[in-house]
Design a protein around this ligand. Structure first.
Ligand SMILES: *Cc1c(COP(=O)(O)O)cnc(C)c1O
Length: 234
């Protein structure tokens, strides 16, 4: 993918986000696009950077750390993939936001490492809103209790919710899930926990980000729509 293609793709995605915002009577500034750069080489990330991207999403710890070392330092890195407890220490002082917290044990490890490194860890709770068996994420009914426990831990701050919606042909099928995540965030906000914000909704990928933005997404995580399809080795 050439820099021009990445540039053109970014323009298209940003435009579609604007249109979705207008439709939902939202301010476009409320929505931040995350360029999901997993599997892409640093050279390609640099092209996106030169096109103005400052938010990058990665789903593997080692890949995130390698890219972090090589890329400019004004980037906000988003950990969007399943996170193993023993790897928290490698990213705790490198990421702006961890999107994929779905257990108290993981949150405890994040809190412990954040205290050690003297940082505040900003996290989202991943919710398995469509109750898919194959997906990570806490069940919708268990999210509030999990958040209440996490809120008591030091050096960790819950900023909102994240979900990965089912793969569907027609993005309209996911509208109810995005609306459901938003409603859940409203319900949790009403509980008024210290250390809990519900300002962030991370939802929507290449296939469904417009619907997600219409339903309140504040981060859209788009990979293929910017970088083209991914080629996995092995
Ligand atoms: C890969 C990935 C994305 C981006 O997927 P695309 O369909 O390529 O836009 C978004 N969120 C998560 C958690 C991912 O793993």
């Amino acid at each position: 993918m050439s820099k021009k293609e990445i540039h053109d793709n970014l323009m298209i995605v940003e435009k579609k986000i604007q249109i979705a915002c207008r439709k939902a009577e939202r301010a476009p500034e409320e929505v931040q696009l995350i360029a999901v750069s997993k599997t892409m080489p640093v050279s390609v990330l640099l092209e996106a950077y030169e096109c103005g991207c400052r938010h990058f999403g990665e789903n593997k710890v080692q890949e995130l750390v390698e890219k972090y070392e090589q890329m400019p330092k004004d980037i906000k890195w988003h950990m969007i993939g399943h996170l193993q407890r023993n790897k928290v220490k490698y990213i705790i002082d490198k990421v702006a936001l961890i999107h994929s917290v779905d257990s108290l044990k993981l949150a405890e490890e994040i809190s412990k490492e954040a205290v050690k490194k003297n940082v505040i860890a900003h996290i989202l709770i991943e919710v398995n809103i469509a109750q898919e068996e194959t997906k990570f994420g806490v069940a919708k009914d268990e999210a509030a209790a999990l958040i209440e426990s996490i809120a008591k831990l030091p050096s960790i701050k819950v900023e909102g919710l994240m979900t990965i919606a089912p793969y569907v042909e027609n993005p309209e099928e996911n509208r109810r899930y995005f609306a459901g995540l938003r409603q859940l965030s409203v319900d949790i906000m009403e509980k008024n926990n210290d250390n809990v914000n519900m300002n962030v909704l991370s939802m929507g990928m290449t296939g469904d980000y417009e619907v997600a933005v219409e339903e309140g997404a504040t981060y859209a995580r788009v990979g293929t729509g910017i970088f083209g399809s991914r080629h996995y080795n092995g």
